[in-house]
Design a protein around this ligand. Structure first.
Ligand code: NAD
Length: 355
């Protein structure tokens, strides 16, 4: 029997609630196969700051680097918003991604047929949407120097080196090769020098993938096109801040931010996490949608552990739960058979996974 070592970072807000459901489903699927999980729970974010004075204790980095994968909930909350920047939960998360070298954030946005009416867009616009945002994660304006502020001025710098663009472009083209072989690179090359380098470099990398069709789009247009005609996209390749915004936008195609998973991968250990934050407004109420996190666990099985069959099983169980009409409150509409709590939704998916 194979045992996978998973570093679990529950974090703040709804983080613990949604991670508990993901491990419930992972344990359930493992019981059908010849593997199990050994979880090591470590702290990050506001809870880590409260306990240790550091939002990213060294122990967490060490545990992550000695695991097979990291399953991550969410961090942050108002309680820690007034701390100096380096002590804030979000700084811990950025440092964590850098330490692990996870430069590529893969964010699939799929519209489930069962939820076609949950989106704020018309069914014929979103039916069949299946796109992947490939976001550069450890460069760009969130990390660029110089940055700072004084009383009257605040400044950040958007920087990309050629090497950083080359490696994320390869990720996007390789993913496109497994999908519909189309990459749309999103930038702001009409205004930003950094985007001009981005565009030229992506063009160069594209020569190595003659089967993939490359197009370019300015980010403002991409934001509009995602709403106007999302089916035109297969793989969207973009930098850190543009990808952050576009993937949240893409989440609304599917009906709720509580549905979308992500995988952050690079040269070392991958981090699997929902795209949403710690949702302090609903924390502790048992109403958070755990599907984004359960789906992230499925991506972990698929990409980090190579357990494709188990991942397919979880994906099918999520679909079945939705098809049967089970909905958490964020998705509850007239078509809901039953409005479930976070834990009920986790249990339903876990049961379907085991069957
Ligand atoms: P958020 O994603 O936490 O919440 C946005 C809205 O979506 C809220 O109304 C929330 O209730 C809802 N929502 C989010 N996840 C949900 C789920 N699973 N089920 C149902 N509804 C859900 O974004 P925010 O409110 O801008 O940020 C809250 C905190 O999270 C901030 O401190 C922010 O810095 C942090 N944050 C953390 C991460 C991360 O850990 N990766 C990402 C984004 C934001």
């Amino acid at each position: 029997m194979k045992t996978y070592k998973i570093a679990l970072i529950k974090g703040d807000g709804i983080g613990p609630e949604i991670i508990d459901e993901a491990t419930k489903v992972l344990d359930s699927v493992a019981s059908c196969f010849d593997f199990d999980f050994k979880y090591e729970e470590v702290l990050m974010g506001g809870c880590a700051y409260d306990e240790t004075g550091d939002p990213l204790p060294q122990e967490t980095i060490t545990a992550a680097l000695s695991s097979d994968a990291v399953l991550f909930g969410a961090i942050g909350g108002e309680k820690w918003d007034s701390l100096p920047r380096e002590k804030r939960p979000e700084s811990g998360l950025l440092r964590f991604r850098k330490e692990l070298g996870v430069y590529a954030n893969l964010r699939p946005a799929v519209v489930y047929d069962e939820l076609i009416n949950a989106s704020s867009l018309k069914p014929d616009v979103i039916a069949g949407v299946d796109l992947m945002v490939v976001r550069e994660l450890i460069g760009g304006i969130y990390f660029g120097e110089p940055k700072g502020r004084d009383e009257n001025k605040g400044w950040n710098t958007m920087v990309y080196t050629k090497d950083e663009i080359v490696r994320i472009a390869h990720t996007a083209f390789n993913i496109a090769m497994e999908r519909s072989k189309r990459v749309c690179s999103v930038d702001k090359a009409n205004v930003l020098d950094v985007s001009q380098l981005w565009r030229e470099t992506v063009e160069e990398v594209a020569k190595e993938y003659p089967d993939v069709e490359l197009s370019h789009m300015y980010v403002d247009n991409a934001a509009m096109q995602l709403i106007r005609d999302p089916k035109q996209f297969d793989v969207m390749l973009t930098g850190n801040i543009f990808g952050d915004i576009l993937s949240d936008e893409a989440s609304m195609l599917s009906g709720s931010i509580g549905l979308l998973p992500s995988a952050s991968v690079g040269s070392k250990i991958g981090v699997y996490e929902p795209i949403h934050g710690s949702a302090p407004d609903i924390a502790g109420q048992g109403i958070a949608n755990p599907i984004a996190t359960i789906s992230s666990a499925s991506m972990m099985l698929r990409y980090a552990l190579g357990e494709v069959e188990a991942a397919n099983r979880i994906d099918a169980a999520i679909k079945k739960a939705l098809k049967e009409g089970y909905r958490t409150q964020d998705l509850a509409q007239h078509d809901a058979k039953e409005v479930c709590s976070t834990s009920e939704m986790g249990s339903i998916i876990a049961n379907y996974t085991a069957k």
